[in-house]
Each structure stands twice: as C-alpha cells, then as structure tokens.
Ligand binder design. Structure first.
Ligand code: F6P
Length: 342
C-alpha cells in the first residue's frame, strides 16, 4: 500500500513528528510505502510529491515547521481542484490513501473529499487547541511555552520601568493560549474572546497592581473584544478561507490603558514566533502518537476518521464528529482564575 501524507493550513510545531512516526510505523509494521505531498491540497491537485522513506524522516521529531510545506489552497475552489482531479493524481502516482494533517479548514476539506470517495484519514493540528473532538492538539503546548517565556521577559522590563506591559497571543476565536500562558506567567489580567471585559474593569485591575508598587502584565488573546466592540479587532483584511485576519488588539488596548489609568503602557504582539521552532517534549509525544494512530486507522481501513486524544488515550472519531464544534474556554475555567486578577 502507498500512502500520501500532506500538511495543510497554518503550520504548527509537531507536524514533522507526525510525519516521522507515520512513516516509521507504516514501513516497520505494515511494509507500506509513503510519498510526501507538497504544500497541502495544492500538491494533490498538481501531483507535486516527494519521496518519504526512512532516511527522509530521520531526526525529524525535534524540527519545527513541516518538511512537506503547507498552503491554504482550497481542495475544491482552487484552480483545477475537486475530487476527480485528485483521484486521477492518486491513480497516476499509485497512492492508495491520504493522511491529511491540518486544522478545521483542512479537516472540512478532508471530510468533503472523503464523502466524494477519496480514502482519507485526518490528524488534527492547531496551536489554538480549538477542536472539540480532541482534548489537546500538538503545537498548543509549544505556543504556551513560548508565550510564557515572552511574558516572563516582559515582566522584568516592565518592572524596571514600572510600565504596564500588554502581551498579545494568538488563538483566533478561543482563548486557550492566553488562559494557559497568562496563568503560567502570573498575569494580572487575562483577556479572552469568550469573555468580553470593559476598559473600566481592565483599568481597575491595572491600577490596583500599580498602586501596590508592581508593574502590571496584561495577557490578551488576539480575538478578545471589549464589551462595547461588535467585531474582533482586524485591520489586515481576510485570509484565503474568507476569515478576518486577527492580530493587533494589544496595540489598540495599550494606549487606551495608558489614557484611562495614566500608567505608561506598551504592547507586544507575539505573532508567528508562537508557531515557529522546535516543539516541546509534550508536543513531540502527542504528535508521534497521532502519527502512529493515523497509520493504524489506515491499516484498519477506517477512512473518514480522525485521530484524537481523550484523557491519555488516542482514539478515533469520524470527520463529522471532528468538525462538530469549536472548543471554547468554558466560563467556569475563566471564573476559576479571575479572583487572581488585579
Ligand atoms: O490557527 C492558527 C493561527 O496561528 C491563529 O492563531 C492565527 O489567527 C492565524 O493562524 C494566523 O494565520 P496566518 O499564519 O495565515 O497569518
């Protein structure tokens, strides 16, 4: 059997560890053969592939990014896209099935292609950790770790100047990265999309901290909205999937905090640093387990499934279940931590 592997959508630390584990498991246990499909669905549309043998995946679990490249090419809307063309590519290259590693958009494409007859197994990836069907996705732990280090650094410079530092992290419509990194760094206020807060409340927390002689640290998720905002802060247009590009709310908030409290404030947008570089040990382990699980699903002929983490077990869900709902931060998780603010 020959399996094609692709990575699609935004990259994420741990993608290479999935590829390595899938290739090694497939070769060692099932005598499979692998090809790497370049740049997500684009490679499958255009038949752009590379060899993926044992030596191609050597030492890969610690390497960030994806050796296969990625893109946000839509499997149907892109020029030349659609299941017939992809099936023809698979037939021509002798590919019997696909392992597609991606987030919500990729998995939605995979589900549609599966319903149109393509044999596909999904592997979830996103630093945002916003897929409800899995307890965690690899990449999230790395993003939290990087945001924590950034927060620690901001605290020392904030302390030196007695400034309010505002650290903005990614996460799109969910606040998991902000919540976890904010708790880990001991932020004085954590602002997440699921819980709008007014400028008065933020100012109150910041002022309390300052009046105690400390430099306030605010961690804000890029999708956070002040109570009176109707939309998320977005000034960079829309992405290939027609979603508003987020990022930059801290640059709006810091001057507002300064104006509201009179405390000098600075914004830092962490951006893609959260997605680059080596995955943490925890992410390497999860990604490796997902890679093994995906090949086992292929071996069982369980097409149309996605591997997921439940507790400490790797399980399978259907792609339909996988796309059921967004995993938002429950109100109880925010309430649990809120008394530490200020
Ligand atoms: O979904 C992952 C993510 O990093 C989000 O947190 C962020 O909003 C978005 O992707 C950024 O996308 P791009 O890499 O296209 O700028």
């Amino acid at each position: 059997m020959r399996i094609g592997i692709l990575t699609s959508g935004g990259d994420c630390p741990g993608l290479n560890a999935v590829i390595r584990a899938a290739v090694l498991t497939g070769i060692k246990e099932y005598d499979y053969d692998f090809v790497g499909i370049r740049d997500g669905w684009r490679g499958l549309i255009e038949g752009d592939v590379r060899a993926l043998n044992r030596s191609a995946v050597r030492g890969l679990s610690r390497v960030g990014g994806t050796i296969l490249g990625t893109s946000r090419t839509h499997p149907y809307d892109a020029e030349g896209g659609g299941p017939e063309r992809m099936k023809a590519t698979m037939d021509r290259l002798g590919i019997d099935g696909i392992i597609a590693i991606g987030g919500e958009g990729t998995l939605a494409g995979a589900r549609r292609l599966f319903n149109d007859g393509l044999p596909i197994v999904g592997v979830p990836k996103t630093i945002d950790n916003d897929l409800d069907a899995t307890d965690y996705t690899f990449g999230f732990d790395t993003a939290v770790e990087i945001a924590t280090e950034a927060g620690d650094r901001l605290r020392t410079t904030g302390d030196s100047h007695m400034r309010c530092m505002v650290l903005e992290v990614m996460g799109r419509h969910v606040g998991w990265i902000a919540l976890h990194s904010g708790v880990s760094v001991g932020a004085h206020v954590i602002l997440i999309p699921e819980h709008p807060v007014s400028m008065e409340e933020i100012g109150e927390y910041v002022r309390q901290v300052y009046d105690r002689g400390r430099a306030p640290l605010v961690v804000v998720s890029e999708g956070f909205k002040l109570k009176d905002m109707e939309q998320e802060y977005s000034t960079k247009g829309i992405d290939e999937a027609n979603r508003p590009r987020l990022g930059g709310i801290s640059e709006m908030l810091a001057p507002m905090i300064q104006e509201h409290t009179g405390i000098e404030s600075r914004a830092t947008v962490l951006g893609h640093i959260q997605r680059g570089g080596a995955p943490t040990g925890a992410d390497r382990v999860l990604a490796t387990r997902f890679g093994i699980g995906a090949v086992r699903a292929v071996a069982d002929g369980d097409w149309g499934s996605m591997v997921a983490l439940r507790g400490t077990d790797i399980v399978r869900v259907t792609l339909d279940e996988a796309l059921g709902s967004l995993k938002t931060v429950p109100a109880s998780r925010y309430e649990e931590i809120k008394h530490l603010f200020g």
